[in-house]
Design a binder for this molecule. Structure first.
Ligand code: SF4
Length: 370
């Protein structure tokens, strides 16, 4: 179903120094020995998939876990093997980092091996918030990291923030907005704190760490409106970019383009099939088998669901291209009430959510694809 010959590559680096209490991504305790074994299997999988595709890789994303626990030399080893096994064209190469990990010379090496975008897990610019989140970095680490990346010559920097923590206030949001005003940040991701199953926050319901829903909504709208005022495009539910510096890799997920994910828990949409690796490192090291996802095919429902995460929404022209038909009438039947509430904009040719609609995206999207 994908209509181009390009491919995004995702490498899941499953190591963390300690588990953050709100996080349910797959990761294990970091160890040098496991890292080395893991890299050998990653290389083996790159060889396997590389031999079976003619697609050209145009984005490479190191996500985690904590990719910055791998020394730059190890990142180089992986990139080198991607180069050996795939065709690559002007790739966006992104690495997620913890602000406590890399120093200036690490960023210099990363730049020299092709990393051109760094996604910094800042989470907050207030040390009290960082303590609540039990992060191992503080605001000094964040600032030093920012200046070290800039000094290395990597210009495409993204910061992740979490909003909706108990004790967070508008001053904390202003700190973020002022930082963006006074420094060049190409991209920002803002996530509302969600208490997910299998996390310490979920398992200790007596300790409340999150703000009330109304406050979270106010925070979200406040940050969206104020980032817009200083030139950021709120182009996806959780993402803001200036100067068209959108996340090329993440856009593949929302546009239903193909990507290959390697590493425990990584998911793929490759050669029109969906599959994943189990979230188990030992399993990956001993027998890195992939499991095909039988119940997920690329239906109009799935397409609408993903496209509505984007400000640009779903257009009839693109829908036609993908499915060879107009957007079916059924998707329009529940829209009027949301339009009246200022949550959705639509014509016969296009449906999109407003930024207030983004806040209620789960409810609205389920209602549209009913
Ligand atoms: S938030 Fe990041 S650093 Fe913390 S446990 Fe999750 S993946 Fe690891």
């Amino acid at each position: 179903m994908s209509n181009n010959n390009y491919l995004g590559l995702y490498i899941h680096v499953p190591f963390c120094e300690k588990k953050c209490p709100y996080c349910n991504f797959y990761s294990v305790q970091n160890s040098e020995e496991l890292q080395n074994k893991y890299i050998n299997i990653i290389i083996q999988e790159l060889q396997k998939f590389g031999a079976n595709t003619n697609k050209i890789i145009d984005t490479i994303y190191f996500g985690g876990g904590t990719p910055s626990l791998l020394k730059p030399e190890k990142i180089y080893k992986i990139i080198n093997n991607i180069n050996k096994n795939f065709s690559i064209l002007n790739p966006e190469i992104i690495i997620e980092i913890n602000p406590a990990d890399y120093n200036y010379s690490d960023f210099e090496i990363l730049k020299s091996i092709g990393i051109n975008r760094v996604s910094v897990g800042a989470q907050s610019l207030n040390n009290n918030n960082l303590i609540t989140l039990q992060r191992r970095h503080n605001t000094e680490h964040i600032l030093n990291t920012y200046y070290n990346i800039i000094k290395s010559g990597i210009k495409n920097i993204s910061f992740d923030f979490i909003i909706g923590l108990l004790g967070q206030n508008f001053q904390d949001l202003d700190n973020i907005i002022n930082f963006c005003k006074n420094n060049y940040l190409a991209h920002i991701s803002v996530y509302l704190l969600k208490i997910e199953k299998n996390t310490k926050f979920f398992d200790n319901p007596n300790i409340k760490n999150f703000a009330d829903q109304d406050i979270c909504s106010d925070f979200y709208i406040y940050i969206s409106e104020n980032l817009k005022k200083i030139g950021y495009d709120h182009y996806e539910i959780s993402n803001f970019a200036r100067d068209n510096m959108y996340s090329k890799h993440n856009l593949k997920y929302w546009n239903l383009d193909e990507y290959l994910g390697i590493g425990p828990s990584a998911h793929s949409f490759f050669n029109n099939k969906r599959f994943y690796y189990k979230n188990n490192l030992n399993n990956f090291l001993e027998n890195p088998e992939i499991i095909y996802d039988s119940d997920s095919c690329n239906t109009p429902d799935e397409y609408i669901m993903l496209k509505l995460r984007l400000k640009s929404g779903v257009s009839n022209q693109e829908f036609q291209k993908k499915f060879n038909m107009n957007i079916p009438d059924k998707y329009f039947s529940n829209l009027k009430k949301y339009e009246n509430l200022g949550l959705v904009n639509y014509t016969k040719n296009k449906i999109s959510l407003t930024n207030r609609g983004f806040l209620l995206s789960n409810t609205i999207i389920s209602d549209i694809i009913l």
